[in-house]
Design a binder for this molecule. Structure first.
Ligand code: GLN
Length: 305
């Protein structure tokens, strides 16, 4: 049997020289308050075993990893109808880019860039009225942890400074691709991004993606096997923005990153793995986190390829 714990401990040592590389996101001022050189990694196997190193109990801002959970909710609610309003191709541009949206008539390239997540939030609002609380409750259920919460200071900080997202929501509305008031969609979206979790909780919450849609300890399918395949495919092709090719080349796992420095990845049939280190590369993915995942798939010789 693979010695996951020993491998994680090796990675924790080998990653040290990389922890000073990259920069913490500061365009959301509250995110810049984090301890920059911290590291955590958790592996959760579908057979119930779990392994952790570093600051795996310390919560951080999940940011765009929330897009994975909002997409899952939207697929549960409206399934394929989603694709009338959002594409499923990699964008090749930054997660907050506006340019492509104009050329493509307000249809976001995929659900993992900001424009796509705003449309997803609008879809959830149409179905459930309270997109903010229902997403939080869904994540609490998936992680089996009732005290997971929003970080209201992060949400407020982003609401005050997220001018690009404000522009984007209004732009989507001008193309009739939002049904609700842009301010209402943005408020819910900023709260989703502000949810604070640790690597242990995120790996647990995402485990159904490695298990054909079934969360091992809840006797309830979260998604069908077909839907789960599709989300993993989108993670592989769109989950780490415009460095998705490099990430697949180096790591070889479907993954979703966030500017809080977290990355959640899966190996279908085996495990979910979550890593956190707040300094980012120039594409907005955790610098040390990407390196740690690369070391992990190299050392375990496990990837989807
Ligand atoms: N809340 C962030 C934003 O909208 C999320 C971006 C990210 O994590 N890549 O800019």
């Amino acid at each position: 049997m693979l010695e996951y714990q020993a491998i994680l401990e090796e990675i924790e040592k080998e990653i040290k020289p990389y922890l000073g590389e990259g920069r913490v996101a500061s365009y959301i001022p509250e995110l810049a308050r984090v301890e920059p050189n911290i590291f955590a990694m958790s592996v959760m196997c579908i057979d119930g075993r779990s392994f952790h190193v570093g600051a795996y109990e310390k919560r951080f801002s999940i940011q765009s990893i929330s897009k994975l959970f909002t997409l899952t909710m939207a697929m549960r609610l409206v399934d394929e109808a989603l694709w009338k309003r959002i594409g499923k191709e990699p964008s090749g541009s930054a997660f907050n880019s506006l340019v492509q949206l104009e050329y493509e008539n307000g249809i976001p390239r995929n659900p993992f860039i900001n424009a796509g997540a705003l449309v997803i939030t609008d879809v959830i609002l149409s179905q459930l009225q309270d997109a903010q609380q229902s997403v939080l409750e869904f994540i609490r259920t998936l992680a089996n942890k009732d005290d997971i919460n929003f970080d209201f200071s992060v949400a407020k900080s982003e609401a005050q400074t997220g001018f690009r997202n404000h522009a984007m929501a209004n732009f989507l509305k001008s193309f009739n691709n939002l049904n609700h008031d842009p301010a209402r969609v943005l408020n819910a979206y900023f709260h989703h991004c502000s949810i604070a979790m640790n690597t242990q909780e995120l790996a647990k919450a995402g485990l159904f993606l490695a298990h054909k849609g079934i969360q091992p300890w809840i006797d309830m399918p979260i998604l069908s096997a077909r839907q789960t395949k599709r989300i993993n495919a989108l993670m592989l092709t769109c989950g780490t923005y415009d460095s998705v090719g490099d990430f697949a080349y180096r790591v070889g796992l479907p993954a979703k990153s966030g500017v809080g420095g977290g990355i959640l990845a899966t190996l279908p049939g085996k495990f979910s793995v979550c890593v956190w280190s707040p300094r980012l590369n120039d594409k907005g993915n955790s610098y040390a986190g990407t390196k740690a995942l690369e070391l992990f798939t190299t050392k375990t010789k496990l990837s989807i390829f």
